[in-house]
Design a protein around this ligand. Structure first.
Ligand code: ZN
Length: 243
């Protein structure tokens, strides 16, 4: 079920605005979208970003999100999440690109908190610990200085934003003998894998399209077989789908 707006006041004031009703057409998302009475509703572009980035995920991952809300957060704090499945986005005007990146990062925290089986969580902990303080073992500086959970969220977000860019980075490191980043890449390949006629994984690409009046995004996903070495075999991929 989708519930839009928890505040009676808000509903009375504005009987379902078009941006708010956006998710109502997609009940399979099963996520409550909410906003504080004192903050503006989600914009249409933000609703579209939420829809695309959530819809592209396997359902079990999507189910880690229970509520997405907006709050008046301090400047410099674009979003946060809680272990019971809530993602809070800042109500400040933030460019859609940064807004979406922050959302995907918080989504990464929920996958970590609520999706990873205990064995995989332990495996991530090992990888992150092995990374030490070597920058080449991380996808970004923030993942490096942050702790294990930040490393996971950043790495998960990069896999969704640009799987192949991530693969290229991991291959570059592996070519000079630094293989931990490749192990992290393979970790993400595994959590996005599924069995069809053979084992496949989901490969993603997030693109932004802007014109003067609005900014939009497209999430692309394709299924790519994963042979024994755990790296997607792109030449045999199925065609991509836009979300
Ligand atoms: Zn974080």
């Amino acid at each position: 079920m989708v519930i839009i707006g928890s505040s009676r006041k808000a509903l009375a004031r504005s009987p379902i605005l078009s941006p708010q009703s956006f998710l109502i057409h997609y009940p399979e998302l099963n996520i409550r979208l909410d906003y504080d009475f004192n903050t503006p509703a989600f914009t249409e572009a933000q609703c579209h970003a939420l829809y695309s980035t959530l819809h592209v995920l396997p359902e079990k991952m999507r189910r880690t999100v229970y509520l997405i809300s907006k709050e008046n957060l301090r400047e410099g704090n674009p979003a946060y999440s809680t272990s019971y499945g809530k993602i809070v986005m800042s109500s400040r005007p933030i460019p859609l690109r940064n807004w979406t990146m922050s959302f995907l990062h918080e989504l990464g925290h929920l996958i970590d908190f609520r999706f990873l089986p205990i064995e995989q969580a332990r495996h991530w902990q090992e990888l992150s610990t092995l990374s030490g303080s070597e920058p080449d073992h991380f996808v970004s500086g923030y993942a490096q200085v942050g702790e294990i959970r930040e490393d996971f969220a950043k790495t998960f977000a990069l896999y969704l934003i640009d799987t192949l860019g991530f693969l290229a980075l991991a291959q570059e490191q592996a070519a000079i003998g630094k293989t931990i980043l490749m192990e992290k890449f393979k970790f993400m390949v595994a959590i996005f894998s599924l069995k069809l006629d053979a084992f496949y994984t989901r490969v993603f690409r997030l693109q932004f399209k802007s014109d003067e009046s609005e900014s939009r995004l497209i999430m692309q996903r394709r299924m790519v077989p994963i042979p024994d070495q755990g790296v997607p075999a792109l030449e045999n991929s199925l065609s991509s789908i836009n979300f």
